[in-house]
Design a protein around this ligand. Sequence first.
Ligand SMILES: NC(=O)c1ccc[n+]([C@@H]2O[C@H](COP(=O)([O-])OP(=O)(O)OC[C@H]3O[C@@H](n4cnc5c(N)ncnc54)[C@H](OP(=O)(O)O)[C@@H]3O)[C@@H](O)[C@H]2O)c1
Length: 224
Amino acid sequence: MSETILITGASGLLGRALVARFAAAGFQVLAQYHRHPGAPAAGVRWLAGDFSSPRSTTAFLRAQRRSLAQCAHVVHNYGPIAEKATVDVTGTDLLAAFQAQLQPALDITRFLLRAAPLRSVLFVAFEDCGRIRPFKKILGYAMAKNALLLLGRSLAAVHPQVRFSVFSPPSLAGAALLPPAARPVAPARVAERIFRIMRRCRSGCHYRFQATAGKNPPRRNTHG
Ligand SMILES: NC(=O)c1ccc[n+]([C@@H]2O[C@H](COP(=O)([O-])OP(=O)(O)OC[C@H]3O[C@@H](n4cnc5c(N)ncnc54)[C@H](OP(=O)(O)O)[C@@H]3O)[C@@H](O)[C@H]2O)c1
């Protein structure tokens, strides 16, 4: 029987590529979207969900309880970026960033640990995850994405039966916001890396994408 995977943010740039890749491999894909469901496709079920508050995330989990009960894998791909000059950042901005990046990821994971035969979880981070450096415009986003790394490592330690990974993608070709020195990579290539990681990865590892993959072996960092 084919395995079921939940992909959040599935109607976005990377999400669409992930849906296509996992569906092509024969997975039953539960594809969460907010306002723009993707095109119907074999093996793909589009599920509406709003993760803007803990209450709306809970409403999604309740409404989709039956479908999610089959879920063996999840890619937490939802993770909106918000730009604000660091000199203007407030505590409220930091809380909003943590709400967006962490609350749905943790609450959905906890739900699936209880209600589904969960075997692997992958958090989508960003290219500077695990690096301590100053940020001029995306401080809240960077802090919260780094917290995903700690979350993944810590959940891996207390749930050894589930494989937890944190994957740091490069800038995506077609993204609205790109850093000045970005070397964007096609979402389909990034989705392929995530697909392979979910097939092979060991618990608690942090993978960094390398655009030159093929010439050099991919680097794998472990952050303790
Ligand atoms: N873009 C990059 O260059 C880049 C670089 C590094 C890391 N990343 C990370 O990669 C992941 C995917 O990024 P992306 O650029 O592909 O995303 P994206 O294209 O902006 O997609 C956003 C997704 O989130 C959904 N969404 C929006 N508001 C929502 C809400 N309130 N509740 C639930 N879902 C909502 C959207 O649904 P609808 O479209 O249906 O509204 C869509 O599926 C993110 O975690 C991001 O931080 C991106």
